[in-house]
Design a protein around this ligand. Structure first.
Ligand code: HEC
Ligand code: HEC
Length: 430
């Protein structure tokens, strides 16, 4: 045990991530140093033609690079919520060893691990049953979506602050090193993550509130519960494949991603800044400073750069998918709403709850649309479907087979079993 600890300290002392806190990183993001450097780098790379087009491309590349840092590492000062209010730093230090962290769906960025730690995990000298190892991983900035500040107090590495970032829910890893440990996949929803179970560990919550959080299950989070008191968790959606779609979230609350990023950054993550929405009466200000507004353009540019992942080779039957496309456009009537290159009519209209097959909500919960700003649903874009089961805003369809069954039954489509099987192959191909 003792030797493990010494090993960790020795190993972790020699990394480029040995800062005691994530502050230096944030400084890069907010000072604009990165963006100037990136503009210079990209401009030089473009051969110095000086055309307006390459200047614009370089500026966008810089913005995207800056947005990636924000998406992955910026807490917008939400330590106020996760540390000062919820005291999650105490929970982590006392009880969350890496095995527990992985079991609630937290992911580890293998590329942030120095070789000695990789070796230690492989040969078992790094103790995955010790919370001290979690703190060491936080110090390396290797736990996806968690930003820890680790300070040396009386000779011991101590977690003094913890905050969360967008990547907590909207990134996962490719498991290339071990289950839950691998390269980052930004924009891919973390459907293993159990945010409710994690929040319920907070000593600051009463039993009734903990029971609500514990009822959500993995891959789900209710981004309105703390405001309207209704318990209706939503599936964590992808943050990729949104370019060209001007209707954001399952209810189309915003016309651009930045609208929702401000909402979630302030009202859910607890970042410093303001969000106000007259349609729902939500009006929240955290802190006296604004650590969000200036970051929204870069954060949005980054998300718009994330494409839906193509289906893995061999994951569907191409001939059946081609037949399924004909069902989609014909007898299935799917293309009456799932139209255009993104397979959604989101830019021209929203739909009343009576149009969707995912209602009524489970457990008698009020319609999610009724809790939103638009009170309607957006036709979901369909690229990358293969990657993110379960389906619909509330996850009522566990598989694509279930999706097609629900449409066939509820919309009385009268599709044959063969048509439905082909349609599923088409959906897998998107
Ligand atoms: C605790 C988990 C969690 C965190 C953290 C989180 N989100 Fe989300 N996000 C969700 C859920 C759940 C929804 C679904 C909301 C809805 O549809 O009403 C969502 C919706 C979205 C959407 C809409 C996707 C679409 O199809 O239109 C985007 C974009 C998004 N989040 C980006 C972000 C960004 C950027 C951050 C950081 C500022 C962030 N999220 C932080 C859980 C989270
Ligand atoms: C009347 C418009 C309309 C028609 C017709 C329609 N859809 Fe949808 N579709 C929607 C809406 C709106 C949603 C979002 C519902 C929700 O999130 O609960 C959706 C969601 C989906 C989803 C879930 C996507 C996700 O990310 O979870 C799939 C898959 C889907 N539809 C496939 C189909 C198929 C296949 C057909 C034809 C059999 C079809 N749809 C017909 C409007 C429509």
């Amino acid at each position: 045990m003792k030797s493990n600890k010494q090993f960790l300290i020795a190993a972790f002392g020699h990394t480029r991530h040995s800062h005691p806190s994530p502050l230096p990183l944030r400084k890069v993001v907010t000072s604009g140093t990165l963006s100037v450097a990136a503009i210079l780098a990209t401009a030089c790379g473009s051969g110095g033609s000086g055309s307006m087009q390459s200047d614009a491309a370089a500026a966008n590349a810089a913005l995207v690079a800056q947005g990636q840092q924000i998406f992955r590492f910026d807490t917008f000062g939400d330590e106020t919520k996760w540390t000062d209010t919820l005291r999650m730093h105490e929970v982590i230090a006392a009880a969350v060893d890496p095995t527990t962290a992985l079991s609630v769906g937290l992911k580890v960025d293998a590329e942030a691990l120095p070789p000695a730690v990789v070796q230690g995990i492989q040969n078992g000298t790094v103790d995955l049953k010790s919370p001290a190892t979690t703190i060491a991983l936080l110090k390396l900035n290797a736990v996806i979506g968690l930003q820890g500040t680790v300070e040396t107090i009386a000779g011991t590495d101590t977690l003094t602050h913890v905050g969360i970032t967008c990547a907590l829910c909207h990134s996962t890893v490719d498991n290339s090193f071990a289950p839950g440990i691998g390269k980052r996949l930004d924009g891919w929803p973390n459907r293993d993550l159990n945010p409710g179970a994690i929040i319920a560990l907070s000593p600051a919550l009463d039993a009734a509130t903990k029971a609500v959080f514990n009822s959500w299950g993995k891959g789900k989070y209710d981004p309105r519960f703390n405001l309207d008191g209704i318990n209706g968790p939503q599936v964590i959606p992808p943050a990729y494949g949104l370019a060209g779609i001007h209707s954001i979230t399952s209810t189309g609350d915003g016309s651009d991603i930045a609208y929702w990023n401000r909402y979630v950054g302030v009202t859910q993550m607890g970042g410093h800044g303001s969000f106000s929405e007259p349609r729902t009466g939500v009006n929240v200000t955290n802190g006296t400073d604004d650590l969000i507004t200036s970051k929204l353009p870069a954060l949005q540019a980054y998300q718009l750069s994330l494409n839906a992942p193509p289906p893995p080779a061999g994951s569907f039957d191409p001939a059946a998918a081609a037949r399924g496309q004909a069902v989609f456009n014909g007898a299935g009537t799917c293309s009456t709403c799932h139209s255009g290159s993104e397979l959604t009519d989101a830019n021209s209209r929203l739909h009343p709850a009576s149009d969707v097959v995912s209602e009524p909500e489970p457990n008698g919960t009020p319609s999610y649309a009724s809790r939103s700003a638009t009170r309607q649903y957006r036709t979901a874009p369909l690229h990358g479907l293969w990657q993110h089961a379960p389906y619909f805003h509330n996850g009522t369809a566990p598989t694509l087979d279930a999706v097609v069954q629900m449409y066939n039954t509820k919309k009385s489509l009268g599709l044959s079993n063969a048509d439905m099987a082909d349609l599923v192959e088409y959906l897998k191909s998107l």
